[in-house]
Design a binder for this molecule. Structure first.
Ligand code: ATP
Length: 559
């Protein structure tokens, strides 16, 4: 019997007592949205005190299934059993009363309320009847200590880093006495160090007997932390296995229905003339905080330059500025040239359409806020930013038929599901929304592609596909600037790696020779591993990419 399964209490673990009933049992759950059968006759059994992973391609129906369990959607048919009893989960309050808590991809916190206020908000109807604030504070402190979930109860949500906001969501569920915790792609927004911390918390919760369901696209996380894993494909449950008995390759194949290349396949770059040249770029935001502090680099035709860094160190600002979305009120100095021509950096003129006319493609990091107009259809979104392109025009008017035909082609080549150009962007699953943005930008064959978090929330089949398209663009002699918090992605795709820390470039490394450890130190501001870090932290204690507090830290003397 595999040691891991034994240790973790998975299905192959030591026999349970006869009275043991599963924490969750779903029987024959089906749910359709119009013509889309999101869940089809799904059975699922999760044992108490285990971590169960759910994986599947974008649009496979994972979020729908969990939303049914949490009372967001009513299934068309099927039963939910919790702790051996059938329950009718009609809304999230019933789910909470049944001991179920959910941490969504997009947090549901009131941003200008404090942590404490958020935690007790709505709990008055739960098992903790009208708690006094003092009692709530005490309980919160206990929970925080018990589960390593430290967070300042009096901070407002706006002041917290993403990792801390997620802790508040978990605390909220625990405060409501959740025995079952569902997490939907919880590490998508976290740095590696934050993700490690989250996993320690989840391990602790499991040891306390809680049951955890983890939806993720990252097979590494499945292998590392889960006891059992279920695979969904096109609305159906195709397998449920003990993690110790499977492998990433097997899971990938189960998910996609074919073998998937888990590595990027590329030949060495053959760089040509300089496409992007950035000189002494500086930016102060409207609070006068210096976000970019003298950035200089070049990207040549036929190369991918990756920017590694903990989020919040200026990469987002750099990408947005180059893409024509400078922060409102920002003060920018420096020089940027594309194909030798100077770019106008003054906020007023640097709009995205002008950039695109100059051959710059841009996949923003935040696809929902900047990449798409969520209420517009897929075909309208595919024209977004390119509506003045000659092939989309018929005389002075937009040629709807031409745009739709083009959109249909992109949707088919990028395997966007469902392949419906008339569906509003918000009704596509997260990964399919991302494919729409990437299809729009990559297929324009830009001279310079600026691409942020290209595979966030995207399934492995689509990651393989998107990576291939990026490499093909490079091989066609285009320049690519890649920003990603996924070190694996940076190392696999880049021809050169630049590391950003505190608004500056700390150094350049060759992906063929650099180690993840060395990159991690540079990302923490350490250029010489024998010397203490800038912030005075001994190198040995620096976690690669720990940005838990970074959103709060402003460079000295600023803001
Ligand atoms: N409210 C809705 N209206 C119409 N269709 C929907 C709605 N919600 C989900 N769908 C469709 O149901 C299917 C399943 O979506 P779901 O979000 O459950 O997938 P997922 O496996 O969680 O995907 P991802 O990994 O991309 O988040 C998709 O085809 C999606 O477009």
């Amino acid at each position: 019997m595999p040691e891991k399964a034994q240790k973790r209490g998975g299905p192959d673990a030591a026999p349970r007592s006869a009275g043991d009933v599963p924490a969750i049992e779903l029987r024959g759950i089906s749910k359709a949205f119009g013509p889309v059968q999101a869940n089809r006759d799904i059975d699922l059994r999760v044992e108490r005190g285990t971590i169960h992973g759910i994986i599947g391609e974008n649009g496979a129906g994972k979020s729908t299934l969990m939303s049914i369990l949490y009372g967001f959607y009513k299934p068309d048919s099927g039963e939910i059993w919790i702790g051996g009893k059938p329950v009718q989960i009609t809304d999230s309050m019933t789910a909470i009363r049944s001991g179920i808590g959910m941490v969504f991809q997009h947090f549901k916190l009131v941003r200008n309320f404090t942590v404490l206020e958020n935690i007790i908000l709505g709990a008055e109807d739960g098992p903790m009847l009208r708690p006094s604030l003092a009692r709530a504070r005490g309980r919160l402190r206990e929970l925080a200590q018990e589960y390593e979930l430290n967070v300042d109860p009096d901070a407002t949500i706006d002041e917290l880093s993403v990792g801390h906001q997620q802790r508040v969501e978990i605390l909220k569920a625990l405060y409501r006495q959740a025995d079952i915790l569902i997490l939907d792609e919880p590490t998508g927004v976290l740095t590696p160090a934050e993700a490690d911390h989250l996993f320690r918390i989840l391990n602790g919760l499991r040891d306390e007997g809680k049951t955890i369901i983890l939806i993720t696209h990252k097979l590494r996380e499945i292998m590392e932390i889960t006891d059992t894993v279920s695979v969904m494909r096109r609305g159906q449950m195709v397998a449920s296995v003990a993690t110790a008995d499977t492998s990433p390759e097997e899971l990938a194949e189960l998910m996609v229905g074919r073998k998937v290349l888990l590595q990027v396949d590329k030949t060495p770059a053959a760089p040509g003339p300089t496409v992007l040249s950035v000189r002494d770029l500086r930016m102060r935001d409207e609070d006068r905080v210096e976000r970019l502090r003298g950035i200089s680099f070049d990207i040549r035709a036929g190369e991918i330059v990756g920017i590694a860094g903990v989020s919040g160190n200026g990469q987002t600002q750099l990408l947005e500025l180059l893409g024509g979305f400078p922060e409102p009120g920002a003060k920018i100095t420096g020089e940027v040239r594309v194909n030798g021509q100077m770019l106008d950096l003054s906020g007023r003129h640097s709009d995205a359409a002008t950039r695109r006319a100059r051959g710059i493609g841009h996949v923003p990091e935040d696809r929902q806020d900047e990449g798409l107009i969520m209420d517009f259809t897929a075909w309208e979104n595919i024209a977004f930013g390119y509506h003045t392109a000659p092939e989309y025009r018929s005389g002075p008017f937009m040629d709807r038929a031409a745009i739709r035909a083009d959109a249909e082609g992109k949707i088919s080549r990028f395997d966007v599901r469902p392949p419906d150009p008339d569906l509003a962007a918000r009704n596509f699953s997260g990964g399919n929304q991302q494919k729409i943005v990437v299809a729009r930008e990559v297929e324009r064959n830009p001279d310079l592609l600026l691409i942020g978090q290209p595979t966030r929330g995207v399934d492995i089949g689509a990651i393989e596909f998107i990576h291939k398209r990026i490499v093909e663009l490079r091989d066609a002699g285009k320049a690519v600037l890649l920003v990603s918090v996924e070190l694996d992605e940076i190392m696999a795709l880049s021809d050169r790696i630049l590391v950003m820390f505190d608004g500056m470039i700390m150094g350049e490394r060759d992906p063929a020779t650099v180690t993840a450890g060395e990159l991690g130190l540079l990302m923490a501001g350490v250029t010489d591993p024998t010397q203490p870090a800038e912030a005075g932290i001994p190198p040995a204690q620096i976690q690669p990419a720990d940005r838990s507090e970074d959103r709060l830290v402003k460079p000295e003397g600023m803001g």
